[in-house]
Design a protein around this ligand. Structure first.
Ligand code: UT7
Length: 323
């Protein structure tokens, strides 16, 4: 017997405003063709002025609760992955907790930029298997539109806003790779690569700052590190690449997604792709993709899923779970 963190609900929220690539042609020296061919992105959603990360997160959480047939009273903890919280403090997670009407348990944010959801899932799983919580709401929510430099064509066309949420529940498993739930995780970071992707401001430097990225340098690390972390987590679970039903990758660039699938020896038919519609939503991209994939009828119960993500830090990791 083994305690497993099983997904019992999933949901997402996207802000109403959809911005097609063509809109950037009006203000920047760029084209729809360049953005599409270099990144796979066709459109993204941007939050309204009065819409903040905790609003997006609350909407996604409510959708996940409805999907699970649960209420906030059934949740013991909220782990929210974001790099764009509404306020310096309190955490966006506690703001969501209040909005859901949840007056017990605990809530906190996790910050690992684009790898944030993988870090949040791994932490939520640790809370569950160590007996500290029975049901955890795990959210990825971002408003990266707030940290864009709108004059920098190499970054501002790539990112979008959104939120996704999962509910993990403690269930008994046999302790084998056939169990439902999280089977293995792998987390990594290497702070020597800070300058490849960072925001040039923050509380301690007394500014908000803008996202700065050496895109081609991040790209150089991405396929190799993502393949390695996915294969490490699969091996920890006692599984191999051929066992994977779905890769649900961080949605930053279609060429990174394709390169990683190819390196893992898996066809694109086994990959969930949403980057064309959402752009890069950082920590929100994986739960958004999981929720959309379920709606599309791609992911079904007992499917083996491997998620992988890399971003600022650099920080990267992977989670293997059976749906
Ligand atoms: O989620 C966090 C992790 N982040 C990522 O995974 C992002 C990883 N990187 C990427 O996705 C890609 O590197 C980009 C999409 C950012 C860029 O693609 P690339 O093929 O690596 O292009 P590049 O940066 O090498 O730039 C090629 C050219 C440059 O011009 P020169 O120097 O060759 O004359 C850029 O100035 O494309 C130019 N360029 C643009 N041209 C038109 C950069 N941005 C644009 C643009 N429109 N928006």
């Amino acid at each position: 017997m083994a305690g497993r963190s099983v997904v019992v609900g999933v949901g997402h929220y996207l802000p109403e405003r959809i911005v097609p690539n063509s809109e950037f042609e009006e203000t920047l020296d760029t084209t729809d063709e360049w953005i599409k061919s270099r990144s796979g992105i066709e459109r993204r959603h941007f939050a309204a002025e009065d819409e903040n990360t905790s609003d997006l997160a609350t909407n996604a959480a409510e959708a996940a609760l409805a999907d699970a047939g649960l209420t906030a009273d059934d949740i013991d903890a909220i782990v929210l992955a974001t790099s764009t919280a509404d306020l310096t403090f309190p955490s966006a997670a506690t703001m969501v907790q209040a909005r859901l009407g949840m007056t017990k348990g605990f809530a906190f944010d996790v910050q690992a930029v684009c790898a944030g959801f993988v870090f949040a899932l791994s932490n939520a799983n640790a809370l569950i298997v160590s007996g500290q919580a029975k049901r955890v709401l795990v959210i990825g929510a971002e408003t990266f539109s707030r940290i864009m430099d709108w004059s920098d064509r190499s970054t501002c066309v790539l990112f979008g806003d959104g939120a996704g949420a999962l509910i993990l529940e403690l269930q008994d498993g046999a302790g084998t790779a056939q169990d439902r739930g999280i089977l293995a995780t792998d987390l990594n970071s290497d702070g020597r690569y800070k300058d490849l992707l960072y925001v040039d401001g923050g509380v301690s430097t007394q500014s908000t700052g803008h996202l700065r990225m050496q895109g081609n340098q991040v790209f150089r690390h991405a396929v190799e590190k993502l393949t390695k972390t996915a294969e490490t987590a699969l091996e920890r679970a006692g599984l191999g690449n051929a066992d994977v039903d779905w890769i649900v990758p961080h949605q930053a660039n279609i060429r990174i997604i394709q390169g990683t699938a190819k390196k893992m020896g898996l066809p694109m038919e086994n990959v969930v792709v949403t980057v064309q519609d959402h752009g890069n939503t950082s920590a929100a991209s994986i739960p958004l993709a999981l929720s959309v994939a379920k709606q599309r009828g791609q992911i079904k119960q007992d499917d083996l899923i491997v998620t992988e993500a890399i971003g600022g830090g650099l920080a990267w990791g992977s989670v293997v779970l059976r749906w």
